[in-house]
Write a protein that binds this ligand. Structure first.
Ligand code: FMN
Length: 251
């Protein structure tokens, strides 16, 4: 079973609500996902001035090394000036060690966002987070239209979300709650993401298994004599590589 983590930042709770809807979708599809949040970097005084409610108690703070334990991620990011919040950037700035190890290479990721207003930058927020993922060699799985064309193309009501991922509109004062349509799209995204990641993972496992079996099938076990000959050759090659006289002789 594929291991999925939903990693978020939320100041006023909209992303937290979407995260639960995305998680529901993953569960409906037969999977499971753990929700985390990145560390808050604003001081308490600033949070009070911004009238931020206390953080959801059931969402633990993620440590960068936790990323190693998961195959795939859904990232929930509220927009700041069309971009990612500083808290989000600060989290990724701690992942240099993971980058050196290539620990996230080939892991899959999708996005969901929240803005105050329509046209406030849901697409640009996702696009501005692609650099982090591409440097880590991750695979981006957008929402697309196929599984929620009716919702995404609906013009009867104002709503967040688009082909990059689900989204909500918080309103200029943050008082709007995610609508039924937005929650539905978030769940669809969870379901679709799980199916795609599951398919990718099982396909690659299948390919690896098939390759491995083919290689194993084609290989005869070497005889003792062949092994001895092979190790003699290796020792000779090492000696040559470290002998300065041989080196001069070549020159
Ligand atoms: C400093 C700051 C910058 C923001 N910039 C934008 C913006 O560019 N576009 C927009 O629509 N909303 C903007 N917002 C509103 C947030 O995106 C909104 O509060 C957030 O999506 C709500 O999600 P949350 O409840 O999970 O924190 C901004 C909010 C803050 C505090």
């Amino acid at each position: 079973m594929v291991n999925i983590a939903i990693i978020t930042y939320s100041l006023y709770g909209h992303i937290d609500i979407l995260a639960k809807a995305v998680q529901r979708g993953i569960k409906e599809a037969g999977g499971s996902a753990d929700i985390y949040r990145v560390n808050e970097t604003l001081p308490e005084e600033a949070l009070q001035k911004l009238q931020a409610p206390p953080k959801a108690k059931d969402i633990p703070v993620v440590d960068k090394d936790v990323l190693k334990n998961y195959d795939a991620f859904l990232f929930g990011i509220p927009t700041r000036y069309g971009n990612v919040p500083a808290q989000w950037a600060s989290f990724w700035d701690q992942t240099g060690g993971l980058w050196v190890e290539g620990a996230l290479e080939g892991k899959a990721a999708g996005f969901f966002t929240s803005t105050a207003s329509y046209g406030g930058g849901q697409d640009s927020t996702v696009k501005n987070s692609l650099d982090y993922l591409s440097h880590h060699g991750m695979i981006i799985i957008p929402l697309g239209y196929k599984s929620c064309f009716a919702e995404l193309s609906c013009i009867d009501e104002i709503h967040g979300a688009g082909p990059w991922g689900s989204g909500t509109l918080a309103g200029p004062d943050g008082s709007r709650s995610p609508s039924d349509l937005e929650l539905r799209v978030a769940s669809i995204q969870g379901r679709k993401f799980f199916h795609v990641v599951n398919r990718l993972t099982s396909t690659s496992k299948l390919v690896n298994d098939t390759k491995r079996k083919k290689v194993e099938g084609n290989q005869k076990s070497p005889t003792q004599k062949e092994l001895l000959e092979q190790s003699k050759n290796e020792v000779e090659a090492k000696k040559k590589a470290t002998n300065p006289n041989d080196c001069c002789a070549v020159m």
